[in-house]
Design a protein around this ligand. Structure first.
Ligand SMILES: CC(C)=CCC/C(C)=C/CC/C(C)=C/CC/C(C)=C/COP(=O)(O)OP(=O)(O)O
Ligand SMILES: O=P(O)(O)OC[C@@H](O)CO
Ligand SMILES: [Mg+2]
Length: 240
């Protein structure tokens, strides 16, 4: 399965419910050197807030994807390269596995399947809003994580597997196990990446490093360092 993400090292996740730092602009956000921008968050997201970020980023040439947290916040906009649709594989509440998806397809006026892509989340930080919302079972061993990853790719045809530690730096052994379990599927990792070193370290275990809160807490210069860290790690891996 191919998609543009097979060439990415770094994704910047913009939370439409959070502010930028100081007088930074979305032009600055689009010029951090990241490979793509994913617009999404768990709490207090609305279609209006989503639309504002899409509009602010539309004129720059960085790939722009929406990652909706529920069917009601999807925006139909030509400026979007596509939709990355989460499914939380370790959710205890089935709404987040197929229920929301069924509702979305039911209420949409014709699906844009060409631009719709799948992201299999394995949520591992029990403190994160996404874990609490979806009632995720985060108590997973290394082999549980690897097995979820394989199931996502082989049995559910997911295009991306996303190991999610939102808010905290994750266990590299679990991330590596997910990576080893995958064949064509692209592995995203997100959580607690806050500088060059953390991006470089996790970049050795995943295909793509996702950076979120750093943008809203520290700003674009800090994000740029993580782009460098992820890129250096992956370049070294490719050369090894
Ligand atoms: C079918 C459609 C269109 C939507 C449903 C999509 C699903 C299953 C969403 C469940 C998982 C989810 C809420 C994903 C949103 C992306 C995400 C994990 C953002 C990070 O959120 P946090 O960092 O936990 O939240 P805050 O930063 O808002 O606290
Ligand atoms: O905010 P952070 O901790 O960088 O996490 C990024 C992303 O995985 C959240 O969905
Ligand atoms: Mg967050």
């Amino acid at each position: 399965m191919t998609g543009p993400w097979t060439d990415w090292n770094h994704v910047l996740k913009v939370d439409p419910d959070k502010d930028l730092v100081g007088d930074e602009t979305f032009e600055d956000v689009c010029r951090t050197g990241t490979d793509a921008i994913e617009i999404g968050g768990t709490l207090d997201i609305t279609a209006d807030k989503m639309q504002r970020v899409v509009d602010a980023c539309a004129e720059y040439d960085v790939p722009l994807y929406q990652e909706p947290s529920n069917p009601g916040v999807v925006v139909d906009d030509e400026a979007l390269d596509g939709y990355l649709i989460p499914t939380v594989f370790n959710a205890k509440d089935a709404f987040w596995i197929t229920g929301a998806h069924k509702e979305w397809v039911r209420i949409e006026n014709g699906m844009d399947w060409e631009r719709t892509h799948t992201e299999a989340y394995i949520v591992l930080n029990p403190e994160a809003s996404v874990a609490q919302l979806t009632d995720a079972n985060c108590d997973l061993a290394v082999d549980d994580v690897a097995s979820y990853a394989a199931v996502a790719e082989r049995m559910f045809g997911q295009e991306i597997v996303y190991v999610e530690y939102s808010g905290t730096f994750g266990d590299t052994e679990k991330v590596q196990a997910a990576h080893d379990a995958l064949d064509d599927c692209t592995l995203f990792y997100g959580g607690g990446i806050h500088d060059y070193d953390s991006a470089y370290e996790m970049g050795q275990h995943t295909d793509v490093v996702v950076v979120g809160d750093l943008l809203h807490d520290e700003g674009v210069d800090a994000v740029r360092e993580t782009v460098e860290g992820a890129r250096d790690a992956m370049k070294e891996r490719a050369e090894a």
